[in-house]
Design a protein around this ligand. Sequence first.
Ligand code: GDP
Length: 472
Amino acid sequence: SELATMMNVGVNEVIGTCMSIGIMVSINQRLDAETINIVAEEFGFTTEYVSAEVQNAITEEADDENDLIGRAPIVTVMGHVDHGKTSLLDFIRKTNVIAGEAGGITQHIGAYNVKLKDGRKITFLDTPGHEAFTAMRARGAQVTDIAIIIVAADDSVMPTTKEAIAHAQAANVPMVFAINKIDKPGANPDKIREDLANMNLLVEEWGGKYQCQEISAKKGIGVDALLEKVLLEAEMLDLKANPNRKATGSIIESSLDKGRGYVSTVLVSNGTLKQGDVVIAGTAFGRIKAMFNERNQRIEKAGPAEPAIILGLNGAPTAGDSFHVMETEQEAREIANKRTQLQREQSLRTTKTLGLDDISHRIALGEFHELNIIVKGDTDGSIEALSDSFLKLSTEKVQVNVISKAVGQISENDVMLASASDAIIIGFQVRPSADARRLAEREGVEINTYSIIYDALDEVKSTMEGMLDKVK
Ligand code: GDP
């Protein structure tokens, strides 16, 4: 029926054509691509396939420059375990109470908005760590504007710190460094600045471009100054949004509450979300029955960079799903149905599988201009050697980026980063963990492992040279 409509011919004619080639179909049966090609040709049409993702994506109109006004920055805190992410987020949550409003933020909803004394606002994503950050990015949501990278002054820059930095850099998110626990007797902030300098990250005090603040998340020392630096960074980004339009944004968290049904925390990126709006996110949709802020107070609307809990969806969308406001429930239902169908079909197929072959093909087509590589190895020496050789393969046409390199097993984090950044993973003398392997299969990420440095270089080099040849 759909095909008939597209060609503007009778359904019976399409069914008849199918029968003539020996395929018995009903009016609402789905045809495979080959059948569609044959039938379309029969009626003098050629076929072109647009991916269902593209077709089902909701495109919003661009804003007129004049309608845009400043909005609060959205900030994520990342760093090594125990370096103080949670303490910092807790301290800010407890001390920054919106002027004139009683009570602090008592509940955790995945995001909160604070207002400084002078009225400026910052929104924090209250799910510390780069795992959440990258998981969301892998789903296409770039929610964060600025990352605070926290490092404990009585420790050093740790592998997870490096990973967090790599994730922020891969996402092109500016970083502000917080050197924490300066109240501790063994604290040595200079050691941290030195560690960072060794990674080519020179902080401002040392003549570099990265803002850095010594803090104690526990005692609250330096936190105001840190927020000041975050706001300075935000000013340079010149973040704007149009509050006078239908809202769009991202899902931060979802759950099923016994009494209230599906509960989702959303973060509005543009427009204003209102009670009564029809929202679609992933395959879930519904009319917003009630909205709450992070203080558990009923609200009627949420503007740009403001989080809200919404009730009324018929399912729990995944963190990182984008949400849109539709005119009618009917419209939302149709898109949700299409997406559900698409998901079902896709779960039968493997997803994107981005491998060297595929990349070389896409470069040949002129679609790909960057090759992102994640290098994991058994020693510092080997990963440095490999990374350097890869970088040297860059040409005018194709930029090779090593977006992360570290010693250690290939982890789920590496796979998520690869998926979010369209990267391939090269392992030298290391293997993926079982979980990482499963995730890589699910996400369609290629992992190449080598145990002889010559092999790794040779194979990757020749594959890349081959694909660069095609571009010339
Ligand atoms: P996370 O794993 O990064 O979220 O780290 P936490 O915030 O849970 O902090 C880990 C431990 O370090 C906790 O016992 C905190 O009390 C402690 N801690 C965090 N910040 C500070 C600080 O500024 N000074 C001191 N002395 N301890 C801190």
